[in-house]
Design a binder for this molecule. Structure first.
Ligand code: GLU
Length: 571
């Protein structure tokens, strides 16, 4: 009885128009959604609906994550899926325990530091490296959701794949964002391979228009196989063989082998947590730089009364300076800690106090140098300036038992490597490695190595107060992710902003270079004051995709970034 009632309520809680065609224009102002039992916030209404239905039928956050991820793979194929990797934070309410799971892609065992270099040792051009099988790392997302489902799920695995299977068969309407992404990726060779050309383009070579119907029988078959057999066919069976064959592209062939796939493991890692004001902010550790870099920025800012300043040039100046210092350390030291002896003192209080002393409230520093954090193995690295583009998706889920998931999931740049097999795209995550392996005789921490995971910026985050979770948040956005998530955490905790308003707050971004202000927003009002302090300003579009749920006084508040097509919904 209860479930029926809940289901009815759920059906009413997601705007019909949003579900029907997910053609909501971008940049539509939205309002925070409030419910009292369970919620999903994700980048596409179909995915949210699939997740909310699972929760309403008594499923856990781990169950809902399976349905959400598979639906995202179908309807937002450019951003994430089983051909990619992900990081997940999982709050187990019964145990009162936060766990973090690493489903990041891995380099093939045969890869060497020269993987993206020509015979003279010169690094390849970034886009030349992206397109084709060479950029494809061993995907981890499927094993990640399977692993977490086996640990924390209650519902039948195969049932959870049904919504995506039937939608793949029946078809869905191409969203405006997907259509636009296909259009712009055409210039970046999305139509170079038969499988992607056939799937994303009309016969005349034009991009599928928003609202056109797309079915994906290959993906439905793949999911049916995975529904019946779990991840086995993907890592050791027919799909594994197809992946290995698919990366053998004519241009830029990859080196992935069946053994690489068979040897893939999801790794449970220690969460990275820092105290901030009355809260504890927790994120993901290496191989992502997200948790550590966010932790540094927040610790550097803990000394300042940002609440009193409010969103102002004064506060943004301090934020920018802290971000420069943290990104300098990120570039020098952060990489896959299973391969690189990273300094253990990146969050050391005394070290960060010395870094904080470099911030001058009256003048901008030119460019921050990396510091010398305590390190038992010494410091001998060269900085990494690798670029990262913007694909990726983030979702947050709270179930009726109080379990929470914050997961950022990616195939790296939009449409990944452009190589498609069995109805899904393969990632280009290996281009997150530094193409240069040495500089001035010193090794770059994030150089390519066999079996290593490329450094990420993904920052799935949870915030706790007195040991209880109060916020789950994260975003896509390449190496700007850390900025997006950190400053929204500040907006929510220090400025006590309404959740939707916080996500929509115009971005001010610095990655230890110029400061980016979000075009066509009030962020540009800060330009004169920031320039007066010595900041170099660029105004540009900044495409975050923040999806958050806050927990307050027994209520759930959900919000979805107005810059994308997602929604928050629940019951
Ligand atoms: N590949 C990037 C990373 O792992 C994410 C790219 C994006 O957000 O679009 O940090």
């Amino acid at each position: 009885m209860r479930i029926n009632k809940v289901l009815l309520f759920v059906a009413m809680s997601i705007p019909a128009a949003a579900i029907a065609d997910s053609t909501q224009p971008q940049q539509v102002p939205r309002a925070t959604v409030t419910t009292d039992t369970a919620m999903v916030s994700a980048a596409n209404p179909h995915a949210v609906q699939a997740g909310v239905n699972v929760l309403a039928a008594g499923g856990t956050a781990a169950d809902a994550a399976v349905a959400v991820q598979m639906m995202l793979n179908l309807v937002e194929p450019q951003s994430s899926g089983i051909g990619g990797g992900a990081f997940m934070l999982y709050w187990d309410a019964a145990e009162g325990k936060l766990s973090t799971f690493d489903g990041r892609e891995k380099a093939p065992a045969s890869a060497t530091p020269a993987y993206f270099q020509n015979t003279e040792g010169e690094p390849m051009k970034w886009w030349d490296a992206v397109v084709g099988g060479r950029s494809v790392g061993v995907p981890g997302t499927l094993k990640l959701i399977e692993h977490v489902h086996s640990k924390y799920g209650k519902q039948d695995w195969s049932e959870l794949l049904e919504p995506a299977i039937s939608k793949a068969r029946q078809g869905f309407k191409v969203s405006p964002r997907l259509s636009k992404s296909i259009e712009s990726a055409k210039e970046r060779k999305l139509d170079m391979f038969d499988s992607t050309r056939d799937y994303f383009f009309n016969e005349d070579g034009s991009a599928l228009a928003a609202g056109s119907y797309l079915t994906n029988d290959d993906f439905a078959r793949t999911l049916r196989n995975i529904a019946n057999n779990g991840s086995t066919p993907f890592y050791t069976g027919q799909i594994a063989e197809d992946i290995v064959a698919a990366v053998q592209t004519e241009i830029n062939p990859g080196e992935l082998t069946i053994d690489d796939l068979a040897n893939y493991d999801v790794i449970e890692r220690e969460p990275v947590c820092v105290p901030y004001r009355a809260y504890e902010v927790c994120g993901m550790g290496p191989p992502t730089s997200g948790g550590l870099t966010m932790g540094q920025i927040l610790t550097l800012l803990n000394n300042y009364d940002l609440a009193a300043m409010g969103p102002s040039a004064e506060a943004w100046h301090l934020y920018i300076e802290a971000a420069k210092l943290a990104y300098a350390d990120r570039g020098m030291y952060m990489a896959d800690s299973d391969f690189v002896s990273m300094p253990d003192g990146l969050l050391d209080k005394t070290y960060l106090a010395s870094r904080a002393a470099l911030i001058d409230p009256a003048i901008a520093m030119e460019k921050a140098e990396a510091g010398s954090p305590p390190s038992k193995d010494g410091l001998n690295f060269a900085p990494d300036l690798q670029i990262e583009r913007e694909g990726t998706s983030h979702f947050s889920i709270v179930d009726q038992f109080g379990n929470i998931i914050s997961m950022t999931t990616t195939i790296e740049t939009g449409f990944g490597s452009r190589v498609m097999t069995n109805g899904f795209l393969l990632n280009n995550e290996l281009t997150d490695f530094s193409f240069k392996d040495m500089k001035d005789g010193k090794p770059v921490a994030n150089r390519v190595e066999g079996g290593k995971r490329p450094r990420s910026s993904m920052s799935p985050t949870m915030v706790f107060k007195d040991g209880a979770p109060v916020l789950a948040i994260g975003s896509p956005g390449g190496s700007r992710i850390i900025n997006y998530v950190t400053q929204k955490v500040i907006a929510i905790l220090d400025w006590e902003m309404d959740l939707q308003a916080a996500l929509d707050l115009p971005h001010v971004v610095n990655r230890n270079g110029s400061t980016d202000l979000e075009a066509d927003t009030t962020a540009i009002d800060y330009q004169p004051a920031l320039e007066a302090l010595g900041h170099k300003i660029k105004v540009r579009g900044l495409n975050s995709g923040l999806h958050a749920i806050a927990i307050q006084n027994g209520e759930l508040h959900g919000a979805a970034d107005s810059r994308r097509e997602g929604i928050a919904a629940g019951f």
